[in-house]
Ligand binder design. Structure first.
Ligand SMILES: NC(=O)c1ccc[n+]([C@@H]2O[C@H](COP(=O)([O-])OP(=O)(O)OC[C@H]3O[C@@H](n4cnc5c(N)ncnc54)[C@H](O)[C@@H]3O)[C@@H](O)[C@H]2O)c1
Length: 322
């Protein structure tokens, strides 16, 4: 029931298909305040919560080292209890733990999603439809820029591991799996950590990609620009949901869309992503059909680790298999 867990709770509360039956936080005052608001049980641990509480789905919004270090323990306990989990990103800063969570969900045949909310926007969906329909022709290049003004330091790869599950997931959404990675990092002014990065990627499809990432760039609210370039045209998606543009290759006639589906800012992506998670649970979809699944989040995390390994070894790295 930290900052992000409270956002999840409010979205479940506002959805008529859901009833909040329990909230949990290791700081019991946070759990109790939320329990009063949502008129439900308050617990200080998953182990205390599980007996006697009937739960269909749970959001796990812990944080921890590199914003993913604490997800493993509650997620494993919930999956072991047979409960579908929507975890926060990154799935984990530790690949073995990420693999274990994905494997347990698979073994138990449970839905396991991650809040990769940046691509749950009408603009991203429209762009993806253009790609699927062949409007861009054969895809050649993908460029992503994601930066946030975030002064938080340490551990040294906090920026890469905490933020770029989002950017890589959006790139994967449009261009598929990544096969090879090469990266350079730079410490920002006065920084101890690697707060700037340039990553080159080769996708399985042959698409060549580039990611520019930073915690040292303004404006304070961040910036996100995705460009997908094909043989017949190019799309540009700005700030997840705000602007989508199509530039045909052989004409100057640019098509622009603003605030598709009425979505106006990044904050609304939480509702669209969690809404999709609720839709898919209500529809009892097969676990492998979950959009933004744990398995997809693991693939993004493997690209992150390959980028770090590239910087540490000076080599081009083959992305590990999930
Ligand atoms: N999807 C997004 O756009 C987005 C944006 C920001 C943050 N996040 C992610 O959201 C997550 C949470 O971030 P936050 O800022 O709310 O963190 P936070 O520290 O404010 O909240 C985490 C809460 O989890 C509790 N907790 C930790 N381990 C627990 C356990 N085992 N049992 C019960 N409670 C436990 C802590 O007491 C704390 O209250 C992070 O993983 C972060 O990366 C996602």
């Amino acid at each position: 029931m930290g900052k992000i867990g409270s956002m999840h709770a409010q979205i479940y509360h506002d959805d008529l298909r859901c009833e909040i039956v329990a909230v949990c936080d290791a700081f019991s005052d946070k759990a109790e305040a939320a329990a009063q608001k949502y008129e439900c049980g308050a617990f200080a641990s998953v182990d205390e919560m599980l007996p006697g509480t009937s739960i269909d789905i749970v959001s796990v919004c812990t944080a921890g080292e590199e914003n993913g270090g604490d997800h493993y323990e509650p997620t494993m306990a919930l999956l072991n209890a047979g409960i579908a989990v929507l975890g926060e990103k990154p799935i984990s800063n530790k690949i073995p733990e990420a693999r274990e969570m994905v494997a347990l969900a698979r073994e138990k045949d449970l839905r396991y999603g991650i809040n990769l909310n940046h691509r749950f926007t009408p603009a991203a969906e429209r762009g993806r439809k253009w790609v699927d329909e062949g409007r861009l022709g054969e895809l050649n290049i993908v460029n992503m820029t994601m930066w946030i003004n975030n002064p938080k330091e340490s551990p040294p790869h906090f920026h890469m591991r905490a933020l770029h599950s989002h950017s890589i997931d959006v790139m994967r959404y449009f261009c598929g799996d990544v096969r090879r990675v090469q990266a350079f990092f730079k410490q920002g002014k006065g920084r101890q950590g690697w707060s700037n990065v340039q990553v080159n990627m080769l996708f399985e499809s042959g698409v060549v990609g580039h990611l520019t990432g930073s915690y040292d760039a303004g404006p304070s609210y961040g910036l996100e620009t995705l460009e997908v370039v094909g043989s017949d045209g190019r799309l540009v998606l700005r700030d997840a949901c705000e602007h989508l543009e199509f530039y045909p290759r052989n004409s100057r006639e640019v098509e622009t869309h603003a605030y598709l589906g009425g979505m106006t800012n990044f904050g609304e992506t939480f509702q669209s992503r969690i809404g999709r998670w609720i839709d898919q649970n209500v529809a009892s979809v097969r676990p492998e059909e979950i959009d933004g699944s744990g398995a997809e989040a693991l693939k993004a995390q493997l690209v992150i680790e390959a980028a770090i390994e590239s910087w540490e070894t000076g080599r081009v790295i083959d992305v590990a298999q999930d």
